[in-house]
Design a protein around this ligand. Structure first.
Ligand SMILES: C[S@@+](CC[C@H](N)C(=O)[O-])C[C@H]1O[C@@H](n2cnc3c(N)ncnc32)[C@H](O)[C@@H]1O
Length: 394
């Protein structure tokens, strides 16, 4: 089979689609055209699905060129590495650790960054190098610093960037520390998610600098924050939309294994049993998880599938003192709950859900974040004066 040409794969169709949806602005259209995505996508990929955290099987460009080209010019993320490179195929690894992000996400984050020619930009997470190349095209190579923690990914990105004619400052290292040598920055963009904005990013930014970074609590749910840094080093702003990025390696959640809480075969042990009319199925949406996670910062969950669509939703705290389970069964209006330990985690989840519900189930875009970097942060609804309550933690 001869390889499809770029024209056949139709980057123009993708551009029109992104422009119609409002994510690709006329400011960024020249960069989209001059920096083709196909030059930054590796030959071995796992195409993702739009708005879904799921990857298709491995595609090798030389074996299935038409599938490869189709994936490149589809508005979906493309996984390019699993398990920090420990897994190479043929199937899928456990955790995706690098991707060429979904074009909608790339251009909505670049628009939010509001980068103007002349601005200095720090990117955390070079990945395939596409975003860095787009920034170089718009701002000039000398104004772009990009940091990648994974040596192999960085080397490949460097090769692609130079083959395409771009020479940003490329740093191999932990982007948590930013890159002081290249400071001060007018704009900082992270293409991996965080639970804490590193204080170094704020320290390396000029007053009025903009930080665009995906942020999410331990429980789940994640959104891109667009923060403006004031003269006192406080970064503040709204979330602009949902996201599902790979976590900054140094902030991975590393959650305790279930066996540290209980032997699930001996469930429910000494747990207190009750019932609830709040369906576990009604608390699993991304925004719902975000609202719960912000209020109960040390809560995390796991799902244990059962038969016929039934499942057990497990709740745990990172301090490993308490657990709860809630059993979803299709068609039921009342669900079995078990709770163990000093905390009543299902009740905490219900209270957190109740708060979100009472506020009229606000969308992610109504929430905002204030932070000085590091562990201090406050999430608010509509305005900083209206903080989201934080309920408990151990
Ligand atoms: C979604 S990919 C980035 C996509 C990329 N901007 C592109 O255009 O292809 C996330 C990247 O963040 C990198 N990363 C994770 N933790 C990091 C850290 N502490 N410092 C720098 N890069 C990191 C990962 O290795 C991965 O390459």
């Amino acid at each position: 089979m001869t390889e499809k040409t770029k024209a056949e794969a139709d980057p123009d169709r993708l551009a029109s689609q992104l422009m119609e949806s409002g994510t690709l602005s006329s400011d960024w259209l020249p960069a989209f055209k001059a920096v083709p995505r196909d030059r930054f996508v590796p030959d071995v990929i796992w195409p993702g699905r739009a708005h879904m955290n799921r990857q298709d099987d491995r595609v090798i460009r030389s074996e299935s060129p038409d599938v490869w080209w189709e994936a490149v010019y589809t508005d979906a993320p493309i996984t390019t590495q699993w398990d920090d490179g420990a897994y190479a195929g043929p199937g899928k690894g456990r955790t995706p650790s690098c991707s060429n992000s979904m074009p909608t996400m790339v251009f909505s984050m670049l628009s939010a960054l509001d980068a103007e020619p002349g601005h200095r930009v720090l990117e955390i997470g070079t990945g395939t190098g596409w975003n860095a190349a787009l920034l170089c095209h718009r701002l000039g190579d000398q104004n772009v610093v990009t940091v990648e923690v994974d040596e192999a990914i960085a080397q490949e990105a460097l090769g692609r960037l130079s083959a395409a004619g771009f020479t940003p400052s490329m740093v191999v290292g932990d982007g948590t520390s930013g890159y002081g040598t290249g400071a001060l920055y007018d704009r900082i963009i992270a293409t991996c998610s965080v639970g804490q904005i590193p204080s170094q990013w704020i320290g390396q930014a000029r007053p009025n600098a903009v930080v665009v970074a995906p942020w999410g609590p331990v429980y789940g749910g994640e959104a891109v924050a667009r923060l403006v840094i004031d003269d006192n080093g406080v970064a503040q702003g709204h979330f602009i939309g949902s996201s599902a990025f790979m976590r900054l390696r140094q902030q991975r959640k590393n959650l305790p294994v279930t066996s540290r809480f209980l032997d699930t075969k001996r469930w429910p042990l000494n747990a207190v049993r009750s019932t609830t009319s709040l369906s576990p199925d009604d608390v699993g949406d991304w925004i719902c998880m975000f609202a719960i996670g912000v209020q109960v910062p040390d809560l995390f969950c796991r799902v244990e599938p059962g038969h016929d669509g039934a499942y057990r939703l497990w709740l745990f705290n990172t301090g490993v003192t308490s657990w709860a389970s809630a059993d979803f069964v299709k068609g039921k209006a009342v669900f079995e709950v078990a709770q163990s330990g000093p905390r009543r985690l299902w009740e905490e989840l219900e209270a957190a859900y109740g708060w979100w519900d009472q506020q009229g189930q606000p969308a992610l875009e109504r929430f905002g974040l204030t932070t000085r970097g590091g562990p201090f942060h406050a999430v608010w609804l509509d305005a900083p004066e209206n903080p989201v309550p934080v309920r408990n933690s151990t």
